[in-house]
Design a protein around this ligand. Sequence first.
Ligand SMILES: [Zn+2]
Ligand SMILES: [Zn+2]
Ligand SMILES: [Zn+2]
Length: 161
Amino acid sequence: MRAAHKAKDKPGMPADNPYIQSLKQAGYRLTQARLTVLEVLEAEHGHITSADVLKQVERINPAIGRASVFRTLELFTQLGFIRPTYIHTSVTPTYVMMHGGHHHHVICTECKRFFEFANCGLDVLKANLQRELDVQIRGHLLEFYGVCADCRGPSHAEQKA
Ligand SMILES: [Zn+2]
Ligand SMILES: [Zn+2]
Ligand SMILES: [Zn+2]
């Protein structure tokens, strides 16, 4: 569990937040539910299950109902702000934020640890797919999986050096 979120009257989101800008541009009102869910997602850097989003939203503003939290998560997924993943559990999705339209992981299948990386170098592939399939691509989620150095044990870690 992270440190308890301080209760606030208004979510402390800067007006120049890119997700807020996108919401406005797409013509969506900045409701308390949308601002609060966004605040929770950003505070956790987006690695958060829907159950934890519910819990934290309730702590910040109990007036926001479960249904509007789920509707907001669906809207944010549709707008490409977040994507559901199943990196922590297969029961409930873990949402990741699609910063700049993409998100990348290398996951250790043994200890479930994951590493983030920024540069995927997929621009050419994206351009080719757009052309071949005639789909306007908005983002991507990339996951590599394998076994990390710790899980392979010291003998393997030395071999690499
Ligand atoms: Zn590992
Ligand atoms: Zn991530
Ligand atoms: Zn990428």
